[in-house]
Design a protein around this ligand. Structure first.
Ligand SMILES: C[S@@+](CC[C@H](N)C(=O)[O-])C[C@H]1O[C@@H](n2cnc3c(N)ncnc32)[C@H](O)[C@@H]1O
Length: 223
């Protein structure tokens, strides 16, 4: 991805990725803001859906400040957990949450170019990351997620999207007009994941008052 990606152009920032809170100056408020918006509930649902077994290998793509990555490790202390994100500022905050812990680490990486061998993970998480990717990068992310999962391994993805309607409320109506979310609407996400080779099912969907509708998908790499 270059600095001329849509994500870089329309926020006026100088990165080749769209940062967690839209701009660096907002990052210190990201954790508190997202907690207020209901991210904790989304993270707990994703972890519950994954039902992580002991000795399982887990990757979060686009981990931001690392909250979900750390929660996954807390939920299954015998898992080996890695969080990746292109944003060094977010990763520095994530690192502070795991000082001295083993079996969990953070690494700088882009979703479209993961520095891991084929079949390296049993589970991959993606939480509110997909809408940060330009449309042309999303299929590359889906292929990379498939590649790093072992056959039978699963991608657990949650994002704003799915069957959002105006009846879902004010935030949902705003999201229907948000260009970053447009690819996530209706069957956009399952179509993206199936095109990459996943078996994909919607596992849950709910209205979150301040962000509109969040939909959860489980995508399995065929055995
Ligand atoms: C809204 S935050 C979500 C953070 C975290 N997953 C959570 O649930 O709180 C989106 C994250 O996607 C990251 N991101 C943006 N472009 C990316 C890319 N090309 N590859 C991987 N992550 C990316 C951003 O840096 C940001 O940390």
């Amino acid at each position: 991805m270059t600095k001329n990606t849509p994500a870089a152009q329309d926020t006026g920032h100088s990165h080749d990725y769209l940062p967690a809170a839209g701009r660096d100056s907002m990052l210190p408020f990201y954790d508190i803001l997202t907690r207020l918006l209901g991210a904790g509930k989304v993270h707990r649902s994703l972890i519950q859906q994954a039902a992580l077994a002991p000795d399982t290998r887990v990757l979060e793509i686009g981990c931001g400040t690392g909250t979900l990555t750390v929660a996954a490790k807390d939920a299954q202390p015998r898992a080996d957990v890695v969080g990746t994100d292109p944003d060094p500022l977010a990763l520095a905050r994530a690192e502070r949450k795991i000082r001295g812990r083993s079996g969990i680490r953070f690494e700088r990486a882009y979703a479209q170019d993961l520095p891991f061998p084929d079949a390296a993970f049993d589970h991959v998480f993606s939480s509110f990351m997909l809408h940060h990717l330009p449309a042309e990068v999303q299929p590359v992310f889906a292929s990379e997620a498939l590649r790093v999962l072992r056959p039978g391994g699963r991608l657990h993805l949650a994002d704003i999207g799915g069957n959002i309607t105006a009846a879902d409320g004010y935030a949902a109506r705003r999201m229907l007009r948000n260009q970053h979310v447009s690819g996530n609407l209706r069957d956009g996400i399952p179509r993206l994941l199936r095109a990459a080779g996943f078996d994909c099912e919607e596992v849950d969907s709910g209205v979150y008052r301040h962000v509109g509708r969040v939909t959860f998908y489980r995508a399995t790499r065929p055995a």
